[in-house]
Design a protein around this ligand. Structure first.
Ligand code: FES
Ligand code: FES
Length: 167
């Protein structure tokens, strides 16, 4: 079977804005998003094993280097560029800075997005095992794993105490 090399346009929501992405249907979504200037989507391994190309697709982390462009049609895409809240860094982004959860920061967008999804889906404190499971598939070549876990743990504890306070 021959690969379809005709260009087509996919319409999806990217960081809250309706967006048209153009490319061959089998083009990696990471390449199409980078063409839109979303340079936080970083392609490294191209094999779905390092996590640097992660985005949230309908709220779930996916590796866009192995996600064909056509799969974005009608979906909601969030990248780190869309993680801010009212023009301010999110609680998690601020905590990453305070916990010094990065060195070169190449892996940081992917970690932030998967950690956001993890925090979104959890209702209480997160222990190390839960954080490691939620962030599996992300590699940090600078070895910042402990401070990344600390940042996520702090955010989870804050959210849990906010929730408890509002009961
Ligand atoms: S570049 Fe996509 S998982 Fe490594
Ligand atoms: S901070 Fe350098 S790869 Fe993670």
């Amino acid at each position: 079977m021959q690969e379809d090399d005709r260009s087509s346009t996919v319409t999806c929501t990217v960081n809250g804005a309706e967006t048209s992405l153009t490319g061959r249907p089998a083009t990696a979504a990471s390449a199409a998003l980078r063409q839109q200037g979303l340079f936080s989507v970083r392609e490294t391994c191209g094999l779905g094993v390092c996590g640097t190309c992660t985005v949230l697709l309908d709220g779930e982390p996916v590796s866009t280097c192995i996600t064909p462009l056509y799969m974005l049609e009608g979906r909601d895409v969030r990248t780190v560029e869309g993680l801010e809240e009212d023009g301010e860094l999110s609680d998690l982004q601020t905590q990453f800075t305070e916990s010094q959860a990065f060195q070169c920061s190449f892996c940081t967008p992917g970690f932030l997005l998967s950690a956001s999804a993890l925090l979104e889906s959890s209702t209480g404190d997160l222990d190390d095992a839960a954080i490691e499971e939620g962030l599996q598939g992300h590699l940090c070549r600078c070895g910042c794993y402990e401070s990344i876990k600390e940042a996520v743990r702090s955010c989870a504890a804050r959210s849990a105490s906010r929730r408890a306070g509002s009961l």
